[in-house]
Design a protein around this ligand. Structure first.
Ligand SMILES: O=C(O)CCC(=O)C(=O)O
Length: 308
């Protein structure tokens, strides 16, 4: 499938969602996915019934809100007794938060082709990454059927839906997401449930489903025997839109994985997290020295050049 980036950007703006097929080359996904198995059991191990693999999945989430042991404080999500299209706590097992103990997965989180797509579609270079995590699902963990919904948990105020105000929610597929392994069902802008036939956001690994907050969508069950689905949540907002948010990164900014990742970043990449760009009044010679000291190996020359 060939990808017309501009056409996809226009589709996101006018239809409210798009699948940018093959946005990231499959070879790059495959290399990073080798490191996924530090965070998740391999699907064959999980489905073999290996207790260690199952325990790995059951306890591997790093978003503690979704740990069943914390049920009661977990958004009032249903456990298994509810049938049909419902949100269930176990649908959200398998959330691993960025930064990962994996350099390739960390780099994938800000892949230049994904960032470029978001900048084009949002018509701004000055955007921020605000949701960053990996989500793994395996057939049989739970009934993954959800009701149609619009995501209301990315902002503390109602959505402003005119052009220029949109944030981009999205899933970068780390595995082939096809029938049987839970491609998201989605409606186009202006359509609402019930009664409208949904689209299936199927796509190969490396494809990016981008959608806006005002489209209806839902997760569906994994029905394929031995099936699994892995994706990376990558969401962007315009700079200075402080009312939008989801994940915060500062709390991990003194740990090894972040330090190595930050040292590999350009100023533009760090700016996705809110770091002041070269030329910003924040920077002094002393602070640039401290940046180099903090992130050993970072190329600080753009910050230095801008001071001259
Ligand atoms: O997993 C999916 O396909 C969609 C999930 C979703 O929409 C949600 O949890 O809000």
């Amino acid at each position: 499938m060939s990808t017309d980036i501009e056409a996809c950007a226009e589709e996101w703006r006018t239809q409210g969602w798009t699948v940018v097929h093959d946005l990231v080359p499959a070879e790059e996904i495959d290399a990073a996915v080798e490191e996924l198995w530090g965070h998740f059991p391999r699907p064959s191990d999980y489905h073999s019934g290996d207790p260690e693999a199952i325990a790995h999945f059951e306890t591997g989430s790093t978003d503690e809100r979704y740990q069943p042991s914390r049920q009661g404080s977990s958004h009032g999500l249903n456990e298994e007794d509810a049938v049909g299209r419902e949100f269930r706590l176990r649908q959200f097992l398998g959330h691993v938060l960025f930064p990962y103990d994996s350099h390739l997965l960390n780099r994938l989180q800000i892949h230049p082709r994904v960032v470029d797509f978001a900048q084009r579609a949002m018509n701004s270079e000055d955007i921020r990454l605000y949701q960053a995590r990996i989500w793994g699902k395996y057939t049989g963990v739970t009934d993954y059927e959800q009701p149609f919904h619009q995501d209301r948990n990315h902002t503390i105020v109602p959505d402003r839906v005119e052009p220029g105000w949109w944030n981009m929610l999205g899933f970068l597929y780390l595995s082939d997401v096809e029938d049987g392994v839970g491609p998201t069902e989605i409606l186009s802008l202006g359509d609402s449930p019930p009664g409208t036939e949904p689209h299936s956001a199927a796509g190969r690994r490396g494809s990016y489903l981008a959608y806006r907050t005002d489209v209806w969508h839902r997760g569906v069950n994994l029905t394929r025997e031995g099936g699994s689905r892995f994706l990376m949540n990558i969401a962007f907002k315009h700079a200075h839109h402080e009312w939008i948010g989801f994940d915060s990164f500062q709390q991990n900014a003194n740990r090894g994985p972040w330090s190595k990742f930050a040292a590999s970043c350009t100023p533009e990449e760090l700016a996705l997290f809110g770091a002041p760009k070269p030329g910003h009044p924040f920077w002094t010679v002393e602070l640039i020295d401290a940046l180099e000291d903090r992130y050993r190996g970072i190329d600080a020359s753009p910050w230095r050049e801008a001071l001259k």
